[in-house]
Design a protein around this ligand. Structure first.
Ligand code: BMA
Length: 324
């Protein structure tokens, strides 16, 4: 879903910077205590809505219960986040159990905003799906998959007549493995035709993504394929480190990877990425684009929300030239 050029949150590349993505100097744009109950607000998704923007925010409260909250903004940078979590009504199912919700993604498909998140079902993580028309009333649908799964990301349009979702089969803990798969559904209830999209890289080829990977923002349709930003993880002697890369997937068959970055595009380097509840995490969950520029929203150190910017043309060129 493209937005007007003058509405896109944007900061020019700093003088002398040669990086493909650069950070917003106002980062973190949403601090950990932005609403009264919050311990942390991070890994959140935003979309164009009305005259401005709406979002679904991961907020862990001070009992460190994970939940998702709606929010609104006129400029994409200054956000008003509801003080109470989203209450879901029944969507396409009677069964809307949820022990916890985290890491939301949001996309417009056809007539409504679809939301996916990691949903706790009987204490185990799988992919929850919901929708809203107005960010006031929300409807929960069937879980997409069996546990264990995380990082469910819908494509913003049907592929060959079917809804398509990227996901990352996992375990019940701090998963020490993980590849990206794609699955299809005719109705947002039944999912199948599961195909592997891409796996981790050998350590000696690209170590930042050698332990596990997961799709980030909703992929962006371009002339060169689906531009998919994703996170990649390396296990260091001090724990996991999450960075961001990008890949181009075939437009008609997104299980085909055309290119993927060998170097990362953004890795923990600023203090707000290096320190926090979980240090060394850059975790992208949303992107806004006018077709030329992109604003990427990412969680930093499982604590706060940040933004980074780039030019789609330059990113594609980089992905193609630096593929592995
Ligand atoms: C993953 C998820 C993310 C989190 C990341 C780093 O497994 O739980 O929400 O940002 O770990 O802690």
């Amino acid at each position: 879903m493209k937005i007007d050029k003058e509405k896109l949150p944007w900061v020019e590349r700093p003088e002398g910077c040669t990086d493909i993505l650069w950070r917003d100097p106002r980062n973190p744009i949403i601090g950990r205590y932005a609403i009264p109950c919050a311990n942390s607000i991070f890994n959140s998704a935003v979309v164009p809505f009305g005259e401005g923007f709406a979002g679904v925010f991961r907020c862990d409260n001070r009992a460190v219960q994970m939940n998702i909250f709606a929010g609104f903004s006129s400029d994409g940078i200054n956000w008003e986040i509801e003080h109470e979590p989203i209450i879901f009504e029944r969507g396409n199912t009677e069964m809307i159990e949820s022990d916890y919700k985290y890491d939301p993604r949001v996309t417009w498909i056809e007539d409504r905003y679809w939301i996916t998140w990691c949903n706790g079902y009987k204490g185990q993580p799988t992919i929850g799906i919901g929708y809203t028309f107005d960010f006031k009333r929300f409807y929960q649908c069937e879980n997409a998959f069996l546990p264990f799964n995380r990082n469910g990301v819908l494509l913003p349009e049907k592929i060959n007549g079917m809804y398509a979702m990227l996901s990352r089969p996992s375990d019940n803990g701090h998963t020490a493995f993980g590849d990206i798969y794609i699955s299809y559904s005719p109705d947002m209830v039944f999912w199948g035709k599961h195909r592997k999209v891409m796996g981790v890289t050998p350590f000696e080829v690209s170590a930042w993504q050698c332990l596990k990977i997961g799709a980030g923002p909703v992929p962006i349709k371009t002339d060169e394929g689906w531009l998919m930003f994703y996170h990649g993880v390396i296990r260091t002697c001090n724990g996991y480190r999450y960075s961001m890369g990008a890949a181009l997937l075939d437009i008609n068959d997104p299980s085909k990877v055309l290119y993927r970055t060998q170097p990362y595009l953004l890795a923990p380097a600023e203090m707000y990425e290096l320190t926090g509840d979980v240090p060394n995490v850059v975790f992208p969950c949303a992107a806004l684009t006018d077709g030329e520029k992109v604003a990427i929203y990412y969680g930093a150190a499982d604590t706060c929300v940040c933004a980074a910017y780039g030019k789609i043309g330059k990113i594609i060129e980089f992905v193609k030239r630096n593929s592995c």
